[in-house]
Design a protein around this ligand. Structure first.
Ligand SMILES: N[C@@H](CCC(=O)N[C@@H](CS)C(=O)NCC(=O)O)C(=O)O
Length: 362
């Protein structure tokens, strides 16, 4: 398959880790210069977009991994135990949609990280179609990314400490888990691990500032990043926990307080037709963050997965989802539907960006 995606991209790293695990060959190419084809094929320009050998296009790492996995005969990265399967999906979503803000902040707020990333994106696209010389393009890239995904996503002098705390807490929770077992749920990776590789591989584990923090504060997480990159399905273990233990419960509390709080407030803002809204997470007030239709769909997907569980599984989960924010999974609160992928064709549908047509609205 052909992957259109930047070599330092969050979700491309997640997809690549999975393809390596399954031994599925792929080639990568920059999206720059190929925007028309991506738009026509997948309906969206983002990293990654994939074209299969049979010509079909797909996008969005979450449904792509789900579909690729459904094509496999061998044991799956989705736990059989319905409780653990739900937990794994929830962690994937937190990794996809919550840790993103911290990942973009570290990459584009710190000078060494910004320089490295702007050069990497520039050199990745240059054999495509970038028309500007590097000395003009690199600051433009940094300006676009910082303005849109850092300042434009509510990161200010007032919220910066909380944004960084989100990364540090993720490290601490995962360190405790990997001191006990090699992967999030056992001795083989699940969708929770692949999801976490989005932020952890190409951002936190690779950008100079957060990588140094990871090495010093959470060496077991640093080791896990390399282990994930080098784990093949054949030869990998098969043991998974079938109950939420204390270290996993601690991570789930963070997931609920941050990601589910964000999904709830985003869905409310979407229902009120707001393009931006103030967001309160763990007592930190973010001013005017962008509303995301895509994340309304993420919440709908999690709610569908919750509704599909039987009563026993829901009861077992509720014991561990103690944060009041978890109630958004099961309460009756209504919000405007995303109307995204109503035909349930993802990842072969016409995709949408997380924000607008790529960048959050100004
Ligand atoms: N939901 C998509 C998100 C893909 C995505 O947002 N990728 C980022 C880069 S890692 C992107 O292309 N952002 C839009 C832009 O920068 O123009 C997925 O899971 O693959």
């Amino acid at each position: 398959m052909q992957i259109y995606g930047c070599k330092i991209s969050y979700y491309t790293g997640k997809l690549e880790t999975y393809l390596r695990f399954r031994g599925i060959p792929y080639e990568t190419e920059s999206r720059f210069g190929n925007e028309k084809e991506l738009l026509a094929g997948a309906g969206v320009v983002q990293d990654p977009v994939v074209q299969l050998d049979d010509g079909r296009w797909m996008t969005d790492s979450t449904p792509m991994l789900a579909w690729l996995e459904s094509e496999q005969k061998a044991p799956t990265i989705f736990p059989k135990n319905p409780v653990m399967k739900f937990v794994a999906r929830l962690i994937e979503d937190y990794a996809d949609e919550w840790l993103w803000r911290a990942a973009m902040h570290y990459r584009w707020s710190y000078r060494s990280d910004r320089r490295y990333a702007a050069e990497a994106i520039y050199s990745d696209g240059i054999d495509g179609s970038l028309l500007f010389p590097g000395f003009i393009a690199r600051p433009r890239i940094a300006h676009r990314q910082f303005g849109s995904f850092v300042r434009g996503d509510g990161v200010t002098a007032k919220t910066r400490e909380h944004v960084e705390l989100g990364y540090l807490t993720a490290l601490d929770r995962l360190q405790a888990i990997f001191e006990r077992r090699p992967f999030v749920l056992g001795d083989t990776p699940t969708i929770a691990d692949f999801g976490l590789m989005g932020p952890m591989l190409r951002h936190f584990g690779q950008d100079p500032t957060p990588a140094e923090i990871m090495r010093a504060r959470a060496p077991a997480v640093y080791e896990w990043v390399a282990r994930m990159w080098n784990t093949r399905a054949e030869g990998s273990g098969s043991w998974l926990i079938d109950e939420v233990d204390d270290v996993l419960a601690d991570l789930l509390l963070e997931v609920c307080e941050t990601h589910l709080a964000q999904l709830r407030q985003n869905a409310q803002a979407y229902s009120s037709n707001l393009t931006r809204y103030d967001q309160d997470i763990q007592g930190c007030h973010y001013v005017q963050v962008p509303t995301s239709r895509y994340r309304v769909w993420c919440l709908e997907e999690l709610r569908r997965a919750w509704t599909a569980l039987d009563g026993n599984a829901q009861e077992a989960l509720r014991v561990h989802l103690t944060s009041p924010e978890a109630a958004i999974l099961w309460d009756e609160s209504a919000f405007s539907p995303s109307d995204y992928d109503n035909e349930r064709q993802a990842p072969f549908n016409q995709g949408i960006n997380v924000y607008g047509t790529g960048l959050p609205p100004r």
